[in-house]
Design a protein around this ligand. Sequence first.
Ligand code: DA2
Length: 248
Amino acid sequence: MSGIALVRKPGPRIAEGIVTHLQREPVDPGRALDQHEAYVAALEAAGRRIVYAEPADDLPDAPFVEDAVVVSGRVAVLTRPGAAERRPEVESVARTVRDLGLKTVMIARPGTLDGGDVLQSGPTVYIGRSARTNEEGIRQLAALLPERRVVPVDVRGVLHLKSAVTALPDGTLIGDPRHVDLPGLLVPPEEPGAHVVPLGGEGVLIAASAPRTAELLERRGLAVTAVDISEFEKLEGCVTCLSVLIEE
Ligand SMILES: CN(C)C(=N)NCCC[C@H](N)C(=O)O
C-alpha cells in the first residue's frame, strides 16, 4: 500500500506518560525505542513511507502521535487534546503535516478532541464521547468534515474509542461491547485484540499481546503482522496510537 505513516520516536521521559485506567508500571525507555523501531519497520514493510514528527523529548506521551491530528483526505485536523499537558504536542505535528502539503484546520477551545477517539471506516467517522473528547469537539470535527458521515459513540471505562474498537479492512468493527454500544461487533478473545491497523489489502497490524485474536483474524483470511508494544501498552497505548496513516 502506498502512503505515509507519520510517527514520532519515544523520548527518554516516556515512562512519565499519563496512566488513567491502569496501575502504573515501570517503562523501559530503551526497550520502548526498540519496540518503536520494530513497529515502524512493520509499516515500512507494508509499503508505507515513514515520516517522523520532530522529537518532543519533554513531552512523555508525544509518540502517541495519533492523538494530535486527524487526517481525512488532504485535510489535517489539528486536535485540542483533552489532557492539557498533551496540547504542546500539536504544534510540531502541525509543522510536519503542513510540510507534507496538507491543509490544516483546528479544533478550538472549548472543544477537546483526541485522535484516539476518531475511528474512520469507509465514509463513516465514529467519534468517541470520552473523558478526553467533549461534545463541542465532536461538533467541531463534524463541521470540519462535512462530506463524512459522523457517528458519535459513548465510551465507557477505557481511555479512547480506539482503546475499545477498530475496523478490519472489510469494515467489520472489532471491539469490546463492555466499553461501547455498536451493532455487529466482532468480539476479540483478548482485550488488545480490539486494536488493528490496516496495512493495505488483507494485511493488519496487531499487538503481540493478542495471539488468539491473530489466529481468529488469520482464519478470516487476513494477513496478520504482530509487534510487541508492551512498553506503550503500560501507558494505555495500542498499535493505532503510534502512527497516523496519510494517503498520497
Ligand atoms: C487509542 N489510544 C489509546 C490512543 N490514541 N492514545 C493513547 C494515549 C496514551 C497516553 N498515555 C495518554 O493517556 O494520553
